[in-house]
Design a protein around this ligand. Structure first.
Ligand SMILES: [Zn+2]
Length: 312
């Protein structure tokens, strides 16, 4: 291990990155339909050893060939959700919300058994997954957590949309969206990420779709399971869902939720700021790929007893 100390402990009013890896304290299941496939799925979260990361197992596909790592190299589609595929062609759709819940609540290692092709949508947010994680408990493992420490900016741009990593002394998000319609319009959220902020400010935000897009999505074989109980449906003049919005800027908060899930596919948390403008899953993944391909832009670090970050 290099002894090069490259950063001081973050400012005390910000969530301090945790030193140790964590896993679940027990086993817990949920069931529901997939947002896009409409298939009914049972999903069970299990603890996993240090350095395992997050691994899915499609139990309906046989144990030997059906492990899918929640890693960037396994991303196979980013059309209205993030899909993973392993080397044997076994796929899993819409992984981003459960991955966001695990990353947001500080779980590094877990094994997730799932008996169909898509993670259950539940209510379209991360709240049901957080409830599962809290019920199972989160336990510390005696192996240091590795972080991706951003040391130089990396930016990707597609038309007017862009996403950028930049150095910061903590983990921060700055996410903006702009739509032409009056219901969503322009929204921005900036926050320092830690479990408390994630649970309160991000997790309740549900996925959303514009009513005029839904027929087109269904013609593409998507949104078959989408309904008002798992998706905000935005009409020209308001929200179709009877209960309205949970938060007035729920859409951009959901974009931040998606970012957290997508960026967790790096296999380690980052210390730095992620800024995005009108970015979806494709741009989140493109930004992460650009970062990983630029070794000058990041260093892998662990935290020592004094809270200092040290290169590994
Ligand atoms: Zn989402």
């Amino acid at each position: 291990m290099s002894q090069d100390t490259i950063k001081q402990m973050p400012h005390s009013d910000r969530p301090v990155p945790a030193r140790w890896q964590r896993t679940l304290g027990g086993v817990i299941s949920c069931a529901g339909i997939g947002l896009h496939s409409g298939v009914h799925t049972t999903m069970t979260l299990h603890p996993a050893g240090a350095d395992v990361g997050i691994r899915f197992l499609r139990t309906d596909q046989g144990e030997d060939d059906a492990w899918i790592d929640a890693r960037l190299a396994c991303v196979s589609s980013t059309q209205r959700g993030t899909m993973l595929r392993n080397a044997n062609g076994v796929t899993l759709m819409t992984v981003e919300h459960v991955l966001a819940a695990l990353a947001g609540m500080g779980v590094d290692n877990a094994r997730i058994e799932i008996d169909n092709e898509e993670v259950p949508a539940m209510d379209g947010s991360a709240v049901p997954f957080i409830a599962m994680i809290e019920k199972a408990g989160v336990v510390r493992q005696d192996v240091p957590r590795r972080y991706i420490h951003i040391t130089a900016p990396v930016r990707v741009q597609r038309q007017n949309a862009w996403a950028q990593f930049e150095p910061a002394d903590h983990t921060a998000l700055d996410v903006s969206i702009v739509y032409d319609d009056a219901v969503v319009g322009r929204q921005n959220i900036q926050l320092a990420l830690g479990p408390a902020a994630f649970k309160k400010k991000i997790a309740p935000a549900r996925t959303y779709a514009f009513a005029h897009e839904i027929e087109a999505l269904r013609r593409q074989g998507l949104a078959k399971g989408g309904a008002e109980d798992n998706c905000i449906i935005i009409e020209k003049d308001g929200i179709r869902n009877a209960g309205g919005l949970r938060l007035k800027d729920e859409c951009v908060r959901h974009k931040a939720l998606d970012c957290i899930g997508d960026l967790s596919l790096a296999g380690a948390r980052f210390i730095g700021r992620y800024r995005s403008f009108c970015a979806g899953h494709a741009l989140n993944i493109a930004a992460l790929e650009a970062l990983m391909q630029d070794p000058r832009a990041f260093a892998m670090v662990v935290m020592d007893e004094a809270g200092k970050l040290t290169c590994v």
